[in-house]
Design a protein around this ligand. Structure first.
Ligand SMILES: [Zn+2]
Length: 114
């Protein structure tokens, strides 16, 4: 479970931005999670609650935007949406040599101050 490490890094990032931009009272933090990133949104939320306990961000809303990942078929070159739970074969030719194109990232999307 690497969600804890991710939340730790996120917290540091949020803290740095909040200081630099002198934001007072963060009301919402939004992160974007790709379906191919391997990050489970539910775990991420739990970890965020754990790492922000006792910090100024404990009461900030934590929003997760899930972004559909896309993969490209090595055999026919088509790109298609690929959820992590899907059986990963190409819907066009049935090939299983797939290359992830997007949706592998987790990014800090927005910090909203009161
Ligand atoms: Zn294909």
């Amino acid at each position: 479970m690497h969600e804890l490490g991710i939340c730790d890094a996120l917290l540091k990032m949020v803290d740095k931005i909040a200081r630099e931009e002198q934001l007072d009272g963060i009301s919402r933090i939004t992160v974007e999670v790709g379906t191919l990133s391997g990050v489970v949104p539910k775990y991420l939320e739990d970890c965020w609650t754990a790492v922000t306990d006792g910090t100024p961000y404990a009461n900030s809303e934590f929003a997760i935007d899930v972004v559909e990942g896309t993969a490209k078929c090595f055999d026919c070159g088509q790109e298609f949406l690929a959820g992590i739970n899907d059986r990963l074969v190409c819907p066009f030719c049935g090939g299983d040599k797939l290359v992830p194109v997007s949706g592998r990232d987790l990014t800090l999307k927005e910090i909203l101050a009161e």
